[in-house]
Design a protein around this ligand. Structure first.
Ligand code: PPS
Ligand code: MG
Ligand code: MG
Ligand code: MG
Length: 351
């Protein structure tokens, strides 16, 4: 008997791998060559749309009745004046979809040479991401490029795909094209895909040759812990993190990086604590920004909650609703971190 969600995992990894090849190629062609003026966001726009088109095309072929909660939609692309953008997206998406079959790919997913899609098919595929989420039924969440700013700076970004059933994340896949395969060799081979299936553990696969290794958070002495946090000061309260660090007696400086690559790093022991407290309390976190990472952390031996210690709820809709803050750490460290977070919040409230 095959393991539960084994086909979904195979499809999701294949889709994420193709999307990662696409985003890397956009970066090499458009960003690295500096053919664009500084501040031009068009490469990330092209890569976002094309990656969503590719992943949704594959998911729709393999699981035609599954809804998808995707970050992007094709409304702007359908406008007059977007022709150049549309042409680039058709070209890039088809390049990714028609590439030779690789490890784990099945031709029945409509991949490989000769499997070009039309503009209309690709725009419709992007718009398959319009599901509103909710507590009942099975659906995917997709962030075609998480950490758009990281993508543009040549730093960390991730292609994130998750399967959510009745509000519970069952499968999470995170593709990190720029993450070193081994953190102790930061200049070594880069490009990893992380995956986790509920109850089945987590693993890392290299993008280039599909070498697998299990992923778990190793026990770390308190002095070796550090915080994994956002690059963008507008996305998380970094001064609050500093206070929590002090309360925990952490001496190592935080590691700042964009995207769910932070969850991937925590899961394999590069760091120790993921802490994301809101700068703007009105901002509602999106499910595609956390679903894959949340399961990866749990399957790697960690706990992930909001700042009150409650689980994140992926069954509310496209967002996590009124959830306040995110705290993730290895099982034996999480309670301590939560206590420090609550102390820091009380101190803040008393000011
Ligand atoms: N105000 C605010 N508060 C919190 N989060 C926000 C906010 N605005 C945006 N976002 C979301 O942050 C996603 C990137 O998160 P990161 O942790 O990678 O942040 S950062 O890249 O380090 O800035 C980013 O995901 P992408 O859009 O996929 O890059 C956004 O969904
Ligand atoms: Mg995102
Ligand atoms: Mg995104
Ligand atoms: Mg975005």
């Amino acid at each position: 008997m095959s393991l539960q969600y084994s086909t979904e995992k195979q499809v999701a990894i294949a889709a994420v791998r193709r999307a990662c090849a696409l985003t890397s190629s956009v970066f090499n062609k458009l960003v690295k060559t500096e053919t664009l003026t500084k501040g031009d966001k068009s490469p990330v726009t092209i890569a976002d749309y094309s990656a969503q088109a590719v992943v949704n095309t594959i998911l729709s072929k393999a699981f035609p009745s599954d809804p998808i909660v995707g970050e992007e939609d094709a409304a702007d692309l359908r406008q007059d004046g977007a022709e150049t953008l549309r042409n680039r997206i058709v070209e890039l998406s088809n390049e990714a979809l028609t590439a030779d079959l690789g490890v784990g790919d099945l031709a029945e997913w409509g991949l490989g040479p000769g499997k070009e899609r039309t503009l209309e098919q690709l725009l419709d595929a992007i718009d398959r991401g319009n599901d509103q989420g909710g507590p009942i039924g099975r659906r995917w969440s997709l962030d075609p490029i998480d950490g758009t700013k990281g993508f543009l700076r040549g730093g960390q970004y991730a292609v994130c795909l998750a399967l959510i059933v009745d509000g519970d994340v069952k499968l999470g896949v995170i593709g990190c094209p720029n993450l070193p395969v081994n953190s102790i060799e930061p200049e070594g081979l880069k490009g990893c895909i992380f995956s986790a299936v509920k109850g089945q553990g987590a693993e890392q696969i290299t993008i280039s040759d599909a070498k697998r290794s299990p992923v778990f958070i190793p026990p770390l002495e308190p002095r070796m812990l550090n915080l994994l946090e956002s690059m963008e000061a507008a996305h998380a309260d970094l001064s609050f993190n500093q206070q929590v660090s002090e309360l925990l007696g952490i001496t190592r400086p935080p590691t700042r990086m964009d995207s769910q690559a932070k969850y991937a790093c925590l899961a394999r022991g590069d760091g120790g604590v993921y802490l994301r407290m809101p700068i703007n309390p009105e901002y509602q976190e999106k499910i595609w920004d956390h679903a894959s990472g949340a399961l990866l952390i749990q399957e790697a031996g960690g706990v992930i909650t909001n700042s009150l210690g409650k689980p994140l709820d992926f069954g509310i809709g496209r967002t996590l609703g009124k959830n306040y803050g995110i705290v993730a750490a290895r099982k034996d460290v999480h309670a301590q971190v939560l206590e420090a977070v609550q102390k820091a919040r009380s101190a803040q409230a008393a000011l």
